[in-house]
Design a protein around this ligand. Sequence first.
Ligand SMILES: NC(=O)c1ccc[n+]([C@@H]2O[C@H](COP(=O)([O-])OP(=O)(O)OC[C@H]3O[C@@H](n4cnc5c(N)ncnc54)[C@H](OP(=O)(O)O)[C@@H]3O)[C@@H](O)[C@H]2O)c1
Length: 320
Amino acid sequence: MKALFFKTFGDANVLQYGTLPDPQIGPEDLLVQTHYIGLNFADIYRRRGTYHLEPHTPFIDGYEGLGQIVAIGSDVTTFTLGERVLFVDVPFANASLVRVPRDHAIRVPSAIDDKTAASIGLQGLTADFLAHDLARNHVGDRVLIHGISGGVGQLLAQMLIADGVQVAGVTSTLAKREIALKLGTSRVFLRHSDWAEHERGHFDTVFDGVGVTLPLSFDLVGHRGSVVFYGMAGGLPPKIDAVNLLNQSKSLLTGDLWDYLTSFEARQTRSTRLFRYVLNGAIKVQPPTILPLADGRKAHELLESGKSTGKILLESGSFS
Ligand SMILES: NC(=O)c1ccc[n+]([C@@H]2O[C@H](COP(=O)([O-])OP(=O)(O)OC[C@H]3O[C@@H](n4cnc5c(N)ncnc54)[C@H](OP(=O)(O)O)[C@@H]3O)[C@@H](O)[C@H]2O)c1
């Protein structure tokens, strides 16, 4: 198979593209020929050596992709050869062939095309668990999303708006601000302006996937408000004083999607809920940026630069 791999941790230059042995499947596995592979911020953390990475020689990054089943384990009766499946929590995805345990395979409704499905898998299920498992906002709540024009940010904003929540956001450039406003967001602040002073205590919930912004996020929520901390795209957050939170009745909610995708049913129920937003037009997916898997380095650099908006997909080139 063809794969994007690395032997040491470091910047995007450690990435190499070449031929590696095909994965072997067990009785409960599917072999999936990937079409599109999703790039995520966690792939950057893994390449840098700062995040959990499945042992493999050489290392292969990536956990989500969409493709076609080309081989089926002897105990699998629920999938057929040629079926299209999505997966979001399967290691070694930066390759033309991926071993997908059957419980991790997600069926996609035929009305959703490949690019759209591949663009919303992991980020969409993340938005879903942040909104529906962690924050659990009510109609009319006021929320703010840092990095609202990013992949998770855009999907989360549209999901919450469809749920009747008032969504504001923060972003870095005027162009990204335009994108966020088109989603139906009420107000979008520019990160480098002095917007925050007027907004302290204003929100019921702040969604923070940026990390360094965590103290600001706690200032922005009112008493009894909560901050949903889910990532560090901007760097590690400083330590938070729990006694301070207690004194103001503010809560820190946090979690990893993988602790919510624990069975075939959990993946199916959550993806069905996510796909419904797409099928009924509540979530509109911005066209992804697509680069060949062979150009993985460029794709990592683009994501790290902060200049991309929406999803970056790697095309494995194994499809004719
Ligand atoms: N907990 C989980 O299970 C889980 C699952 C998936 C993803 N995540 C996390 O979710 C976050 C967003 O992921 P994504 O895939 O949506 O990435 P993304 O598309 O690259 O979006 C990240 C956003 O963060 C903002 N940002 C980057 N550097 C920043 C900085 N220094 N200061 C402030 N903002 C900065 C950028 O927005 P602006 O340029 O507009 O400010 C960017 O749009 C990441 O932290 C990721 O690790 C968590």
